[in-house]
Write a protein that binds this ligand. Structure first.
Ligand SMILES: C[S@@+](CC[C@H](N)C(=O)[O-])C[C@H]1O[C@@H](n2cnc3c(N)ncnc32)[C@H](O)[C@@H]1O
Length: 216
């Protein structure tokens, strides 16, 4: 399960009302996700989506790598900042999502720039031959330390890594011997991030926690 949200829904709504609107396609994806998926809360929120888009538009990346597409909401937010000749690779393990993801991506103005790969990111990334300017980690929480280890070598100076759910419903603070593998994965990832001297890191209490790190 994803973590609980840090902000109250009232504050989230207020922020939403004072931020730019999402595209009709993003609204469609959010509606689809909340009405059909068993774990709809895995989708990025409106505000987090706008933030991902904003960061991507500042960075203007040529190459984006996303680990964990789910229903494609964050994929399309990140794609909003791509260079005209840029590309985004998104990796999703759950084959049942493939058809819907392709349908949503085909409706996007960035459709030709998005490549969906179905499978385990840990197996796919080592053979990818990409040097992303922007990486978004948002998949299996137990595997976060491994995602970091396979992403670091493909980052160049100035590449930005964003990791979601780093507060894990505050379980990073309130954990004990009974805590599960996901919680331990996130705690280990957060420790590793502070130990990587090649990264400049900031952790933000946005929604379920978002860490941003630049390769120095
Ligand atoms: C939290 S959801 C992603 C949400 C999406 N990024 C968003 O913001 O709307 C996590 C997704 O990662 C996928 N996943 C989990 N482990 C994975 C792996 N090893 N490789 C690729 N995808 C994985 C899950 O199937 C799930 O759809």
């Amino acid at each position: 399960m994803e973590g609980e949200y840090i902000f109250s829904s009232e504050i989230e709504t207020y922020c939403q009302q004072h931020s730019e609107p999402e595209t009709p396609l993003l609204s469609e994806i959010a509606r689809y996700t909340w009405t059909t998926q068993a774990y709809p809360h895995m989708i990025s929120s409106y505000i987090q989506g706008r933030l991902l888009s904003f960061i991507s538009r500042i960075l203007k990346p040529n190459c984006i790598l996303e680990i964990g597409s789910f229903t494609g909401y964050s994929t399309l937010c990140l794609a909003e900042g791509l260079q005209p000749a840029g590309s985004l690779v998104t990796i999703e393990k759950n084959r049942e999502l493939e058809e819907k993801l392709n349908e949503f991506f085909s409706k996007s103005s960035n459709s030709k720039q998005i490549k969906l790969l179905i499978g385990d990111a840990l197996r796919i990334i080592p053979d990818l031959q990409v040097t992303p300017d922007l990486i978004f980690i948002d998949a299996d929480k137990e595997q976060y330390p491994q995602y970091l280890e396979i992403c670091l070598p493909i980052m160049k100076k100035g590449s930005l890594l964003i990791a979601d759910n780093v507060l894990w419903g505050e379980k990073v603070i309130h954990h004990d011997s009974k805590s599960n593998k996901e919680t331990h994965g996130i705690i280990r990832f957060n420790e590793m991030m502070t130990q990587k001297t090649e990264l400049s890191v900031v952790m933000l209490p946005i929604r379920d926690g978002l860490t941003l790190a630049i390769r120095k």
